[in-house]
Design a protein around this ligand. Structure first.
Ligand code: ISL
Ligand code: CA
Length: 560
């Protein structure tokens, strides 16, 4: 090993509610995860990121926490959690927990106290403000989930800030007592032996002085005043010094709106802040005017441009996290590949992309078997608060035709990622013996784990191979990235270079054949190449420099 574990291992994200139900109540749980640990071992991942399992009223599926140091009843007990941690460690897999400290639940005891009176000792754990002269909200910010980011509370005749739902009041990081409480809570989990944290919207914790309105409209997006705010780095450094530096653990901070310039600073080891961040620039390439719901067709040129910025931008300074989907995003094969004719080919192509860039790959549960987006007939079958709020605002309040709203939901709803994991072809895909909390994708008979394990040629086995290759070839982890044939309209190709070694990755992102010619700058390699991996059979290994790629064909060669 030459680097840190978080550079060399692949991460697997588990969304517990949808992973595996052990007791037939239709809700995934910790014992369900425990029953699938050998599956994770078989895949070869080295780190599990567990989405929140803490006590929560589930307004936002656990991202609204009412007790940070206890387990949600539906998911099990602290003993179950200990057993999970032990079971993972036994298999050489690390565990990172979700740290959701931009906000808590309004049912957290801190908030219950805070709302009681203006001089309650917990008042300043949250962000309270009186209304404007006319009684309206303190500023015009809208929340991530739609509507004003302020909620009026009559007990003290003030508003509290909530960047997400009104059941997720923002914590006040200006308050050193709040920060101390968070650090103690983090220490509690680290002392139990966890291996790090994924930090939820961690770049929202520092708000601009005075909480200014964003322009003159009644309601507006105020991101410039709370994304990567003035004291963010101060808080991250303090957290590092007070807590993280005492353990050999990893951190990845979720950061909407972050740029490569800022991320290079946050993840530069010399700055002692974070190991990696999740940026949103790839996720935004299909967002139209006005945000995610008004989507457009993404362009390969944009994928290249964004990836270039991050690959060149962090090289030798910080470290990239690599993901194409998670519990908030559509399924990657439906979004960036083809989930009909070329589902297997395109899922493998995207996997090749993720595992051959510089950085740490993150796999979201089900991605490794090519799970797809879902289309439920009726809005009542959706569960996600963001989706339901959008439907209500767009259709009921805005008059958008239902079909148009549903088309947006089919493409972008977070519930695309949250349908139950498809384990086998039995009822409810083997996820539960009861009624699942959200419908199973009807394609589970064709797409499921049991099938994937049986089929040597499956997406699962391809992931397994990529993960193994990454363990054998440091160039996949550390090699410098350099794009080639940037103008090509179908193919995304790049080299990786490390010490005396050079690889080329050639990805046909289209459903048509495509031609690729080795560019001038690689002239010296015309005589030879060795195939490392491909998603098609019968790939020539002859030393040639002109390649014909089939639809969604992916090839990785060592250039010699
Ligand atoms: O999901 C999104 C886009 O559809 C984002 O706006 C998302 O809300 C944002 O990236 C923050 O996500 C994180 O914090 C939220 C939670 O709902 C998400 O599940 C979580 O990943 C609030 O805790
Ligand atoms: Ca259960």
């Amino acid at each position: 090993k030459m680097g840190a574990f978080w550079q060399e291992e692949v991460v697997y994200q588990i969304y517990p509610r949808s992973f595996m139900d052990s007791n037939g109540d239709g809700i995934g749980d910790l014992r369900g995860i425990i029953s699938k640990l050998d599956y994770l071992k078989e895949l070869g991942v080295g780190i599990v990121w567990l989405s929140p399992v803490y006590k929560s009223p589930n307004d936002d599926n656990g991202y609204d926490i009412s007790d940070y140091q206890d387990i949600m009843d539906e998911f099990g007990t602290m003993d179950d959690w200990e057993e999970l941690l032990h079971g993972l460690h036994e298999r050489g897999i690390r565990l990172i927990m979700d740290l959701v400290v931009n906000h808590s639940s309004d049912e957290h005891s801190w908030f219950q106290e805070s709302k009681k009176s203006k001089d309650n000792p917990y008042r300043d754990f949250y962000i309270w403000k009186p209304g404007k002269g006319d009684g309206s909200e303190p500023n015009n910010w809208v929340s991530f989930f739609g509507g004003s980011a302020w909620q009026y509370d009559e007990v003290t005749d003030e508003y509290y800030l909530h960047l997400f739902s009104k059941k997720q009041p923002d914590l006040n990081w200006e308050n050193p007592r709040l920060r101390r409480a968070v650090y103690d809570m983090m220490t509690f989990w680290l002392e139990k032996g966890i291996d790090g944290f994924r930090m939820d919207v961690i770049n929202c914790i520092s708000k601009a002085e005075g909480l200014p309105s964003a322009g003159d409209d009644k309601y507006a997006w105020g991101g410039e005043f709370f994304l990567c705010g003035p004291r963010l780095e101060q808080y991250l450094k303090e957290m590092n010094e007070e807590v993280l530096s005492k353990y050999d653990v990893m951190t990845v901070g979720e950061m909407p709106g972050v740029t490569p310039e800022l991320a290079a600073r946050y993840t530069d080891p010399a700055n002692k802040e974070l190991n990696m961040v999740f940026h949103f620039e790839t996720m935004d390439i299909d967002a139209g005017e006005g945000g995610k719901w008004n989507f457009t067709k993404w362009k390969l040129a944009d994928l290249k441009a964004v990836t270039n910025k991050w690959q060149y931008g962090l090289n030798g300074r910080g470290w990239n996290s690599l993901y194409l989907n998670n519990h908030d995003q559509p399924r990657m094969v439906s979004r960036f590949g083809d989930d009909t004719v070329y589902r297997k080919e395109s899922a493998k192509l995207l996997a090749t992309f993720l595992h051959t860039l510089q950085g740490t790959p993150y796999i979201f549960q089900g991605e490794e078997i090519g799970m797809t987006n879902v289309k439920f007939d009726n809005i009542d079958q959706y569960r996600d608060i963001e989706t339901l709020n959008f439907f209500k605002e767009a259709v009921h309040d805005g008059g958008m035709p239902v079909e148009q709203a549903m088309a947006a939901i089919y493409a972008k709803s977070r519930d695309n990622a949250r349908t139950p994991m498809q384990w086998n072809e039995s009822k409810h895909a083997g996820f539960t013996t009861g009624e699942p909390w959200i419908g199973v994708n009807p394609n589970f008979k064709e797409i499921n784990v049991e099938d994937a394990l049986r089929d040597k040629d499956s997406i699962f086995h391809y992931y397994k191979k990529l993960i193994q290759l990454r363990k054998q070839h440091p160039i996949m982890i550390y090699g410098d990235y350099d794009i080639v044939a940037e103008e090509h309209e179908q193919i995304y190709a790049y080299t990786r270079t490390w010490r005396n070694e050079k690889w080329i990755v050639i990805l046909n992102f289209s459903d048509r054949e495509a031609e690729f010619t080795l560019p001038e700058k690689l002239e010296e390699y015309r005589s030879g190449s060795q195939l490392i991996i491909s998603n098609y059979e019968n790939v020539t290994e002859r030393p040639i420099s002109e390649w014909n790629l089939r639809p969604y064909e992916a090839r990785v060669y060592r250039l010699v």
